[in-house]
Design a protein around this ligand. Structure first.
Ligand SMILES: Nc1nc2c(ncn2[C@@H]2O[C@H](COP(=O)(O)OP(=O)(O)OP(=O)(O)O)[C@@H](O)[C@H]2O)c(=O)[nH]1
Ligand SMILES: [Mg+2]
Ligand SMILES: [Zn+2]
Length: 321
């Protein structure tokens, strides 16, 4: 999409890189007439009256004072942000994305419950989820295999890639997701190596990185804002700060897709509204008893469904007020 960015007499078109306290930093592309090359320029504009997120394409007035318009989003990664005392608020983490890398570090045991939430969020974004297991250089091959088996039991057929930002292993495959001007958002807990991965993919050190804590191997929340990074040969990466808990916003088909195995089992339950508790002829419980489905996975799904129901109730009540 970068080719479509142009300079015009009365306005500029750019893409939001970063948002700080009411200001958007945006990237625009101009043709450098002296070298006939393409130059990436940065600008800053106030967000007054415009609802923008990182990744949005915006039209900025020539004087750089105002955002004249925001191009309708093709996709959006949304999470529940804060409770402002009255209602839940949503936060668009990144807009106009084609894929979402769900990054997990191989240096710790895969967190299936976290991955499930991330998958719901990614499926709901309209972009394609991709699981990235990084830091492969820190473990033995058999450990990678064990982690892969655990992750694949959760990832519902989405691609899973094993990489190392240190040795460069597997990075070529990841670059493919951003080819042809596509955009990839990078999501994951603090310290899993999102910013390091982006630096490795761009071949720069534009993103700050920080050592994890020795004791519990958690990150130190080094990245503090969402940041759009252009790739030299086209394509875009979006770095995000690791959040402790992934909270859902309204789900469309996210839960159904992230738990496709449970949903397809449930179709064979005797009762259509089966809660998989004590109903007779429950295919889901049979699968658990037979060792084909992890009980923790069912519990996890129920929690997510309940979380979403609470959110919907909250929004209905708010609208009624
Ligand atoms: N050995 C090894 N270390 C890595 C790899 N990727 C990241 N690290 C290290 O992991 C630590 C955390 O990396 P970051 O890139 O800052 O992690 P992050 O996910 O961006 O963390 P936040 O910004 O806090 O959300 C740093 O010390 C990195 O050097 C890798 O592939 N191999
Ligand atoms: Mg970071
Ligand atoms: Zn059932």
């Amino acid at each position: 999409m970068r080719e479509t960015i142009a300079m015009s007499d009365d306005h500029r078109i750019g893409r939001v890189k970063r948002i700080d306290r009411g200001w958007s930093t945006f990237i625009c592309v101009t043709v450098d007439s002296s070298t006939a090359g393409v130059a990436l320029g940065e600008g800053r504009v106030r967000n007054i009256g415009a609802d923008v997120a990182v990744g949005d394409w915006i039209v900025v007035s020539k004087d750089g004072e105002r955002i004249l318009g925001v191009v309708p989003r093709q996709s959006r990664l949304v999470r529940r942000a804060s409770f402002d005392g009255d209602r839940f608020e949503s936060q668009v983490i990144a807009a106009n994305i084609d894929a979402v890398f769900l990054v997990h570090g191989l240096d710790t045991k895969p967190n299936q419950r976290r991955l499930e939430r991330e998958l719901v969020l990614a499926f709901d974004s309209g972009a394609r989820p991709v699981v990235v297991l990084t830091k492969s250089d820190t473990v033995e091959q058999f450990e990678t295999k064990t982690a892969l088996a655990i992750v694949e039991a959760t990832s519902m057929g989405v691609p899973v890639h094993v990489v190392s930002s240190v040795t460069g292993d597997g990075l070529g495959t990841l670059r493919e997701y951003a080819r042809g001007g596509l955009t990839v958002a990078v999501l994951g807990a603090s310290g899993v190596g999102k910013s390091t991965l982006i630096n490795a993919l761009t071949g720069s050190d534009s993103q700050d990185t920080g050592a994890i804590r020795a004791g519990d191997k958690r990150g130190r929340h080094t990245s503090i804002a969402v940041d759009l990074v252009p790739l030299r040969d086209g394509g875009w990466l979006i770095d995000t700060p690791g959040v402790r808990a992934v909270s859902l916003w309204n789900s469309g088909q996210g839960i159904e897709r992230a738990f496709a195995d449970v949903f397809s089992l449930a179709e064979r339950c005797k009762f259509r509204d089966c809660k998989h508790e004590s109903e007779p002829s429950c295919a889901v419980r049979e699968a658990i008893n037979g060792g084909f489905l992890d009980r923790a996975r069912l519990e996890s799904m129920k929690r997510l469904v309940a979380e979403e129901a609470t959110l919907e109730r909250d929004q209905r009540n708010y609208k009624r007020k």
